[in-house]
Write a protein that binds this ligand. Structure first.
Ligand SMILES: Cc1cc2nc3c(=O)[nH]c(=O)nc-3n(C[C@H](O)[C@H](O)[C@H](O)COP(=O)(O)O)c2cc1C
Length: 179
């Protein structure tokens, strides 16, 4: 799939809930995570690290971590995950006098997740951010400290079809004003 411009890509990117059997190429996952790494962040603190989960057994186990309440059953079809972790942010000295080190981190991690998902779309991949998951179990599986903060758990795979749903968004004029 080819995109003419960025807005077009934004319209094409949609949460994909269920994937085809086609495996995802390692190189495409590298590009997705590279896009996340290039995201902007407050003071350029880059308060993130990424885990790319592509081993099929591990993918199955991580998928189960997102189904603790039997939600997101379609996660069973996921071919890879990119998990973004929150890391300590070192802000510039002037800013850090006023703000806690993690003040910008949630927004920064959101930007990184958006970049990952947009790059996935540009590679013809489907993606869906997962909001509810067993954080402790994921930490256990990936051998990381149990109190680690997460940015996003992003499920990836090839979409089962080419259907692009119309976007459900608040009306432009209801949420934008020019002054
Ligand atoms: C933080 C966050 C958590 C989300 N969690 C889930 C989820 O657990 N399951 C799911 O199906 N979609 C989840 N989504 C996807 C949203 O429902 C979706 O982005 C929204 O409905 C807009 O649709 P679109 O992404 O297709 O444009 C999540 C999105 C975000 C940003």
């Amino acid at each position: 799939m080819h995109y003419d411009d960025f807005l077009d890509l934004c319209k094409q990117r949609q949460s994909c809930r269920g994937f085809s059997d086609q495996p995802v190429e390692h190189d495409k996952l590298v590009l997705c995570v590279e896009a996340g790494r290039l995201a902007h962040s407050g003071c350029n603190a880059q308060p993130w690290s990424f885990a790319v989960v592509e081993n099929p057994d591990m993918v199955t186990q991580i998928a189960q971590c997102g189904q603790q309440l039997k939600q997101n059953v379609w996660l069973e079809t996921t071919k890879a995950f990119i998990i973004i972790f929150e890391e300590h942010a070192v802000l510039s000295p002037v800013i850090s006098c006023f703000l806690d080190s993690q003040y910008y981190a949630k927004g920064d991690l959101g930007a990184a997740a958006a970049y990952v998902c947009l790059e996935a779309a540009s590679q013809g991949l489907g993606s869906c951010i997962i909001g509810l998951y067993d954080r402790k179990k994921i930490c256990e599986l990936l051998h990381i400290q149990r109190d680690k903060q997460f940015g996003s758990v992003i499920a990836l795979g090839y979409p089962p079809n080419d259907i692009i749903r119309p976007k459900k968004r608040k009306a432009f004029e209801d949420i934008v004003r020019f002054v």
